[in-house]
Design a binder for this molecule. Structure first.
Ligand SMILES: [Mg+2]
Length: 162
């Protein structure tokens, strides 16, 4: 997985859209993993350090909203952008209430897609910094009244969390 690139997961059951979007985004400097099922997206995100996921709303099996919810539950800092076809805008708006960063209607304007992905990535970095800060504050609070051993255990526990 490329460290210097934004790691992007694209999930869409339309093979042609998936391939062409992945190729274009690779050319623009993203490291892209493209999968055609929500289930595969969830599995991939468990193995790879994904920064941002671009998720189709309507897919057979695990649909976009379930995929979004699972990704956010397992990787709270990750940002998810929903892709929706014509006629599903209401559900896409609902997704932002379930934690999606934003939604885009297909076919999406290329520049808009790049802009939203870059914004979502910035948000992901901020999310991680917030999580780090929370951990730091927790440790500072603990250090006032805990034994060195308990503190070390806590540090190890925090280190093992995502
Ligand atoms: Mg679809």
């Amino acid at each position: 997985m490329a460290k210097e690139k934004i790691n992007l997961l694209i999930v869409d059951d339309e093979q042609q859209f998936l391939k062409s979007t992945a190729t274009r985004l690779e050319v623009r400097g993203f490291h892209v993993i493209a999968v055609d099922r929500g289930e595969k997206a969830v599995e991939t995100a468990r193995r790879e350090p994904i920064d941002v996921a671009l998720v189709d709303l309507k897919m057979p099996g695990m649909h976009g909203e379930q995929t979004l919810e699972t990704l956010k539950e397992e990787h709270p800092w990750m940002e998810v952008v929903i892709l929706t076809g014509h006629g599903s805008i209401d559900s896409a708006v609902e997704c932002t209430k379930s934690g999606a960063y934003s939604y885009l209607q297909k076919p999406c304007e290329w520049e808009r897609l790049l802009e939203v992905l870059a914004e979502a990535y910035k948000k992901k970095v901020m999310n991680q910094l917030d999580i780090q800060e929370e951990k730091m504050n927790e440790l500072l609070e603990m250090s006032a009244y805990s034994s060195p051993r308990a503190l070390l255990d806590k540090i190890r526990q925090l280190d093992q969390e995502d």
